[in-house]
Design a protein around this ligand. Sequence first.
Ligand code: CLR
Length: 386
Amino acid sequence: QAGEGVPVAQRSSWTTFMKTIASVSGDLSTMTCPPFILSPVSLTEFPAYWCEHPELFSAIGVQTTEEDRTLAVVKWFISTLKGQYTSRNESMGSEKKPLNPVLGELFYGMWPDINGRGQTDLLVEQVSHHPPITAYAIENKSKGVKLVGHNAQKTSFSGGSIIVKQIGHATLTVKLPSGEVSEYLITLPRLRIDGLWYGAPYIELAESSWIISKHYVCSIDYKGKGYFSGKSHSFKATLSPAPGSGGTLGSHVIEGTWHTTSKFSSGRKSGLDFHNVTGPKEEVTAIGGEPANEMGPYETRELWKLVAKGIREGDFDAASREKTKIENDQRQKRKQEQTAGTSWSLKHFDHEDSDPTYERLGRIGKVNPASEDMYVFKENWPLTSA
Ligand code: CLR
């Protein structure tokens, strides 16, 4: 039944919302939603999903062959998908609309050093408000593993679902004992938000994404219910040595569902288990970043404190009042900048129109588009060196 997942009092507003949603295209971040679908979490917190299995992230740094390192990268990547795309359904009952970060919003966090895996640090900065773009850096210094990326979304509406095209990419670098650096270009899958009619949205992944280094090309194909394995959240990862990589590297195919388990289905490891994310995840510890160990006014959890409280406690009037305050303050800041002829300067990133690593590695996998812009991490965090 339509609106089944919607609180009775909000059903008519959901129906109205569903009618308007079809006409919104491009950017969903600014649309007004019925309260039950609002999440108290800002999008700047989402990059933390990349490291909810810190031991898999750090494991990338200790592999001794390029083949094992690539498999470790793919395993870490697949293991992040469950958190990225199903965790709101688990914690809040359905996918929700996250808080739309303001320009310059910051989120700092870390995963502690346990069992010799080393500490991993996270920093996130909202580098654009219109359109929303989030940049992040995640680093395990002791293991030499670093992920830097940015993401934005282009949305459209098709057959009752919201289609989200992810713009942006990430680059994972691994410092090898030889001093050499291995680079992996990571592109992002397309999302379909289903279940809207029932008021119970959830995400399915579609089409494909890539992990490419100069040694390997890995394409990951995503399918939902009724496709290759018949199950929702299915994927098939195909790893092939990159052209010209010498002929000593093995090919592999891995199949399964990304929110549970997968196995090698071809190659010398055929039949062996690959990944398993049915166990616990490790949420990030949010820490203050500016000044060191204190939460400044632009840090996500400080900035949105009262809005989030309103949403969590069901006091939507308070939430919307506090949100309006933040928005007005932003408008005023932009106006002041305009009058002064200045512009907001980013704290941790420099914007570049093109990314040479993306272009070089993307070409190997014939990635589309052939070029993308990038946010270069200024390497000015953590404040205290590891
Ligand atoms: C952000 C980058 C993360 C992965 C990710 C997961 C969920 C996505 C989110 C990204 C972008 C914003 C998003 C969200 C799901 C719903 C939300 C598309 C890609 C939209 C803006 C809200 C739609 C509102 C309906 C739920 C009604 O690595």
